[in-house]
Ligand binder design. Structure first.
Ligand SMILES: Nc1ncnc2c1ncn2[C@@H]1O[C@H](COP(=O)(O)OP(=O)(O)O)[C@@H](O)[C@H]1O
Ligand SMILES: O=C(O)[C@@H](O)C(=O)COP(=O)(O)O
Length: 428
């Protein structure tokens, strides 16, 4: 337990899978961490006792002004609660559009905190995301050749993060280069002083290894705001530990929830496509949601609920499709409308299955997870053991706990669904 009942680190995540990814990292570092769906209600807040609080927003693709307002409100709540440092978590593939929201939200948080400098570092080497000379790689490919150029909502057409961030910010964007990071935290601190003197307010930080992320975490211990992927959080628990504010305890929740289970996939990302194919190849029951049938008003939700209820075994319900199929649907319905309809349908299916006794949900996709968790009425998640890098098992708080695995579209091995189902049932 920390010496004080006040949380140390306050985090704002721009989507729900991103929030569990960050919470997972902090728990692995020994911080007792909870994830709240939106700003905690007074009732939820009263029972909170954690070293880190992650507020999950669904703001990645909302208009920038809305994302800024929601993020500022979340930060105010975290600051009132006593958090010493604020972490803005976005995607390790820097998911955003030229219209935002990473830059706008970062600048607004920084201004409100009275800060004049922060870093932006989405690197997550354990999942193949590295940054070199300001360019983001996914495994061996530049971001814009990694499959992310075809994302349904936030297609990433440029791997140069300085350029991407510059389009979303008013202040000056700089680079904290790999060779400085390699020299250690004193060199990084010295470079930050120089960057500040040059008028830079946000610097893209190179990181090609976990060691770089530990260096950055240590060097940025005194910055009021950090922004990045979950990898940047690697070094933060040890900052608090060194300051005598954190004691080593087992921060992980045990998860073993009885009841039915289901897999819901609304991600069209490369990894999820592979996981759906693996499920189908194993001959396991699955039903595909057709966005055009939804748009035509067909009873898709009811059919899916009946299919899952009558199958007598765990089913996968998915909208996951190839980039070409997604494009064809988007041309007919519009990207936003198609996305919202699929998300809403999967949320309604989750709600229907909850009523039918399902208590364990494996969900693929960040926006999809947002829709499902909101439809299930979940308010607070406790974090269990990691299933695959970036994805922990979680359990919801409340009278009727649910076990959830909220998977980022591009995370997880091919057998993720099977592995996650086992872990949520307490069998792994
Ligand atoms: N077949 C499809 N056609 C059009 N949009 C789709 C299709 N399948 C999923 N989508 C939408 O694509 C978006 C995927 O986003 P998300 O759930 O965040 O996945 P990821 O984690 O891979 O980014 C969602 O809005 C989802 O509703
Ligand atoms: O940082 C990451 O890659 C993830 O934590 C994340 O944000 C996932 O976003 P989605 O791919 O939209 O699920």
């Amino acid at each position: 337990m920390s010496e004080t009942s006040r949380p140390l680190l306050g985090c704002i995540a721009d989507d729900f899978t991103g929030a569990t990814d960050l919470a997972n990292m902090l728990v692995r570092g020994g911080m007792r961490t909870v994830q709240s769906i939106g700003i905690p209600s007074a009732e939820v807040a009263a029972g909170l006792d954690a070293d880190a609080i992650v507020i999950a927003l669904k703001s990645r693709t909302t208009p920038a002004a809305e994302a800024v307002a929601e993020s500022l409100a979340a930060m105010q709540w975290l600051r009132e609660r006593g958090c010493e440092q604020i972490f803005f978590k976005y995607c390790s593939t820097f998911d955003s559009t030229p219209a935002g929201n990473i830059g706008q939200v970062s600048e607004a948080l920084l201004t409100k905190l009275g800060g004049d400098f922060s870093i932006a570092c989405p690197a997550f080497p354990e999942n193949g995301r590295t940054i070199f000379r300001g360019h983001l790689f996914v495994q061996d490919q530049l971001l814009n050749e990694s499959g992310m150029q075809s994302h349904p909502l936030t297609p990433m057409g440029d791997a140069n993060l300085l350029r991407v961030l510059d389009a979303q910010t008013q202040g000056k964007v700089g680079l904290l280069r790999y060779d400085t990071v390699a020299k250690g935290s004193d060199a990084v601190r010295a470079r930050i002083t120089e960057l500040r003197a040059e008028g830079v307010t946000m610097a893209i930080a190179d990181a090609v290894s976990d060691a770089d992320l530990y260096t950055l975490g240590e060097a940025c211990a005194d910055l009021p705001l950090l922004t990045g992927g979950s990898g940047l959080a690697l070094g933060l628990p040890s900052n608090f530990r060194k300051a005598g504010k954190l004691r080593d305890i087992d921060a992980e929740q045990r998860i073993d929830i009885p009841g039915g289970d289901v897999v819901l996939a609304g991600s069209a990302s490369v990894a999820t496509n592979g996981q759906v194919i693996a499920w189908l190849e194993a001959g396991r029951p699955a039903l595909r949601i057709d966005p055009l049938a939804l748009a035509a008003g067909q009873p898709v939700v009811e059919q899916a609920i009946a299919f899952a209820r009558d199958a007598g075994q765990t089913v996968l319900i998915y909208a996951t499709s190839s980039p070409d199929e997604v494009k064809a649907v988007q041309q007919k319905l519009g990207a936003e409308r198609a996305g919202a309809m699929v998300e809403d349908a999967l949320g309604q299916i989750a709600k229907g299955l909850l009523a039918a006794g399902v208590r364990r949900f494996v969900v693929a996709g960040g926006e999809t997870s947002g829709a499902v968790v909101q439809a299930l009425g979940v308010q607070l998640l406790k974090i269990g053991a990691q299933i695959d890098p970036g994805v922990p098992a979680t359990v919801s708080d409340g009278e009727q706990p649910l076990a959830l695995a909220l998977k980022s579209g591009n995370f997880g091995a091919r057998d993720f669904f099977t592995k996650a189902l086992k872990q949520l049932a307490g069998e792994a």
